[in-house]
Unconditional design. Sequence first.
Lengths: 221, 221
Amino acid sequence: MKQPVPKVAVPRLTVYLQCLEDLPHGVTRVSSEELAARAGVNSAKVRKDLSYLGSYGVRGVGYDAAHLRFQIRRELGLTREWPLVIVGVGNLGRALANYGGFAQRNFRVAGVFDDDPNKVGTRVGEHRVEPLAALAAAVVERGARIGVITTPAEAAQRVADLLAGAGVASILNFAPTVVRVPAHVQVRRVDFSTELQVLAFHLHQASMGPAGGDPSPDLPS
Amino acid sequence: MKQPVPKVAVPRLTVYLQCLEDLPHGVTRVSSEELAARAGVNSAKVRKDLSYLGSYGVRGVGYDAAHLRFQIRRELGLTREWPLVIVGVGNLGRALANYGGFAQRNFRVAGVFDDDPNKVGTRVGEHRVEPLAALAAAVVERGARIGVITTPAEAAQRVADLLAGAGVASILNFAPTVVRVPAHVQVRRVDFSTELQVLAFHLHQASMGPAGGDPSPDLPS
DNA sequence: ACATGTGAAGCGCTTCACAGCG
DNA sequence: CGCTGTGAAGCGCTTCACATGT
């Protein structure tokens, strides 16, 4: 029976969707085993995850790729368009504003904003950079429910307040800081430094060996 | 008793570390309650997480900020330097190569690489872009154990193979695809599109209301 | 008095293993 | 016969609540 999708399954569904779209041309059918191999997980997890959408597989055969793609898109809410605003025109803001993969998933960049008068008016991809003062009105008028913060850490909280005040319901925060928002606003944080530190931690652990003797006791400074 | 650090606690420790560094100047002491508020989690989790490092708090008082910072750095393996290479000089590669936050955590950009002859030789921050053909030798000579992929999706697998072949132990993959690597290589994937889709999913869920009647049945194409 | 450190309970996700069905 | 869909067991993390220590 169709159960609610667990939080942790959601990012995996996006991976399956990507894998389904990257299937060799002409392939119309896929087994949980094959999809699992492509997504880098085990097949039981794939089947469980897909079962949250409903029973769309055929026993003894597998899943119809096109149908499965549609069902995942539908469950994720990608059958409607999601306008978003990007705040902060550094290299990262530019990378995002130019990223072609958004349209494919029905995200649309509805505006790009920056504080710096030297950047306002310049073009980023197909967009003209607008001043921060225009942010709130633009969010309302263009129906953006998602805001992306690509500013330096110092500006992030102020931008988050602006976004929340303008009625944005979700924030994707790339600034290396934790922003406070009202309870009804959800935030996802993406921090390059955190990702590298997680990798470093595992390297560090591995280097100390499973037998765990610490060769350099690392005394406090 | 000092237990091993659970996987999920590692990214949180990096957040605590960031919060400790962002503490107002002059503050030398912090309680689990205060740190929790700054990190956006609850205080029991903070205490549990910190207990994996050892018993560095003082009952009835709190934690010494400087000492705690050092202990987190030590546990994460940030007391040594981690050279890394970046492959792919688009906006994202440039953003990363210029990101000042790395040095603060003892990460050092040891090389920036690209396939495109027009980019090779140009400067990115303090680095000169080198050709892909120079990647393997550079990884070995400069002792890089971490590789960052900021190429388009099409190039990601080839770059991952090059990195793994050169002896890199960890890969941070920003390309919107899943790369296959030998079992001894760990990969972390960061995908903007996935992050947005997760936000969209929650918005979508919320819009259907806790009472969950689906207003538009979303028939298959 | 007060905040840490921690057993233990609770919860959610993963994995197993096989029944169910084409 | 093969692959899906799924109860149930297993596992790890979160949260609680209080003993512990200063």
